[in-house]
Design a binder for this molecule. Structure first.
Ligand SMILES: Nc1ncnc2c1ncn2[C@@H]1O[C@H](COP(=O)(O)OP(=O)(O)OP(=O)(O)O)[C@@H](O)[C@H]1O
Ligand SMILES: O=P(O)(O)OC[C@H]1O[C@H](OP(=O)(O)OP(=O)(O)O)[C@H](O)[C@@H]1O
Ligand SMILES: O=C(O)c1cccnc1
Length: 486
């Protein structure tokens, strides 16, 4: 599923444009930026994810004999262009922000520098991959934030939008902070923990709840989590679970990890009552897991209600990012090479926020030295250099009066857009998913609490360097004066 050749996973217009470029002998190198304009779910940040699949996709790019025959059958592509496609492979450069990094609106997450035919073809798949995985990684980081460090298991496969979304979404959820997933294919493919309890059907398939619990506990002596809400949580489920735990204790076979799962009803009330019953029976280390249509807001609310829950199973709302189903990443042309120099390009909009940033750019993350927290991100042209031993003026590119001068010694800069392909060859090795998850935790720690909060977070400034800001305004002035003279 994930490793297949995805070359035709593109919008038809990319191919019709490609043929147009081909027929007009236009294959100049261009710069395209992938960026998004608004953080999903009202978040103060996003987590970028999906680069590993983008790399696999680009490495595999080629049109098979069947692909070419299919395109020929559409009666729109000429033989000379189809011949070109038959020999097609990617020859360009790609730069990207590593997976698991916290990112902010308007900054290029991926930058493609390639002949326009190649750069155009890969737009759709790159957006498809980055948009989906970044959306779910961001959602997972919010859910895990609400759980305040307690384990969150990803349980959404059955309600995901198809097998790929379920599997790659689970990968992204682990990057964002989940301890593992119920999705076995994801666990195998990406080397992440396969986790789970059991279903109501297990209980219902036995003559009674007690026998179902006993049988499960015998089968899985090292991790016995019993689902207690099939008939009556407090009158039947929890007492039966306690009875089974007592039998295990009496037999000297106490599981290393054991507890109950609540899946319906008032989770705050039921968890507190269950906790009391378990504690009274001497099972103070029994865990209480909760599931049932949870999301970050419900978990946060349950926490503030004092719910006695210590692990969480989250499915539908996480794997589908139900409150915000699209990430909104776009792919915009930023420059075209002419005679060896990149000519910056701009896309105008009535909305100032939507006007693109021109040129071949990179991003510097600016950290406060005292705290290690992010002060701002700075988008600059690649040829610019910065000297940390000098003061740095940063200002908001829209509300330019919002500015600050950073003193030498008080800030550090780190370039976060890294080379991934050079001249068509991959020069980047993706870390494992668990390494990316650990890196993501470090990244989240560089955010201020005010930016992490779930509602109305403080935004992080993404500024333009003075050189880029001036260039953008110069181009805007030129375009505007051209419009007036037309
Ligand atoms: N204490 C609580 N505070 C806020 N929300 C809660 C609390 N307890 C449960 N919830 C949420 O309320 C919703 C309850 O859903 P609903 O009433 O449809 O069914 P249920 O209790 O899961 O029972 P069933 O599965 O039998 O229909 C779930 O989203 C659950 O997470
Ligand atoms: O609520 P979500 O966040 O989507 O989490 C996944 C849900 O999937 C299961 O229910 P389901 O009714 O599918 O199966 P079950 O009979 O095992 O409860 C599980 O018990 C959770 O309630
Ligand atoms: O293992 C579980 O408890 C589980 C798995 C998928 C969906 N709901 C629950």
């Amino acid at each position: 599923m994930i490793k297949e050749n995805l070359t035709l996973l593109t919008d038809f217009y990319e191919l019709t444009m490609m043929q147009g470029y081909y027929k007009n002998n236009r294959n100049d190198r261009v710069v395209f930026d992938v960026f998004y304009r608004t953080n999903p779910s009202g978040s103060g940040y996003a987590i970028c994810a999906g680069l590993d699949l983008v790399i696999q996709y680009i490495k595999e790019l080629h049109f098979t004999y069947e692909d070419i025959s299919y395109l020929r059958s559409l009666n729109i592509f000429d033989e000379d262009f189809l011949d070109y496609l038959a020999g097609f492979h990617f020859t360009g450069d790609v730069y990207a922000i590593p997976e698991g990094t916290v990112v902010f609106p308007m900054e290029p997450l991926v930058k493609v520098i390639a002949p326009i035919m190649e750069a155009q073809l890969i737009e759709t798949a790159i957006l498809n991959i980055i948009n989906h995985q970044s959306l779910i990684a961001t959602k997972a980081s919010r859910v895990c934030y609400a759980a305040r460090g307690e384990a969150v298991m990803e349980f959404g496969l059955r309600r995901a939008q198809g097998p790929d979304a379920g599997t790659l979404g689970a990968r992204a959820a682990v990057i964002g902070g989940c301890v593992g997933t119920s999705n076995v294919l994801c666990a195998k493919e990406f080397g992440v923990p396969a986790l789970g309890t059991h279903a109501h059907s297990w209980i219902m398939s036995f003559e009674n709840e007690l026998t179902a619990f006993r049988t499960y506990a015998e089968l899985y002596p090292s991790n016995t989590t019993l689902l207690v809400d099939t008939y009556d949580t407090l009158r039947s489920g929890v007492p039966h679970a306690i009875q089974v735990f007592k039998e295990l204790r009496d037999a000297g076979k106490m599981p290393a990890k054991y507890g109950i799962r609540l899946d319906s009803g008032d989770l705050a009330y039921l968890s507190k009552k269950s906790r009391q019953m378990l504690d009274d029976a001497g099972f103070i280390d029994a865990g209480i897991c909760a599931s049932s249509d949870l999301d970050e807001y419900l978990i946060d609310s349950l926490k503030s209600q004092g719910a006695a829950i210590d692990s969480w199973g989250v499915g539908t709302n996480l794997i589908t990012s139900k409150d915000c189903p699209a990430f909104g990443g776009v792919y915009k042309l930023a420059a075209i090479e002419q005679n060896g120099t990149f000519i910056p390009k701009i896309k105008l909009s009535e909305n100032q926020w939507k006007i693109t940033n021109p040129g071949n750019k990179t991003i510097y993350r600016i950290y406060e030295t005292d705290t290690g927290k992010i002060k701002a991100d700075l988008i600059a042209l690649v040829e610019e250099t910065f000297d940390e031993s000098k003061p740095l003026l940063i200002f908001d590119p829209i509300s330019t009066w919002k500015k600050t001068t950073l003193k030498p010694g008080k800030y550090k800069m780190k370039e976060i857009l890294l080379p991934v392909f050079r001249n068509g060859t991959c020069v980047y090795e993706s870390p494992t998913v668990l390494e990316i998850k650990a890196y993501c935790q470090e990244q989240l720690a560089t955010l201020w609490d005010e930016t992490r909060r779930l509602i109305n977070p403080q935004e992080v400034y993404v500024d333009l360097s003075k050189v880029l800001f001036d260039l953008k305004n110069e181009i805007l002035d030129t375009v505007n004066s051209q419009k007036e003279s037309d």
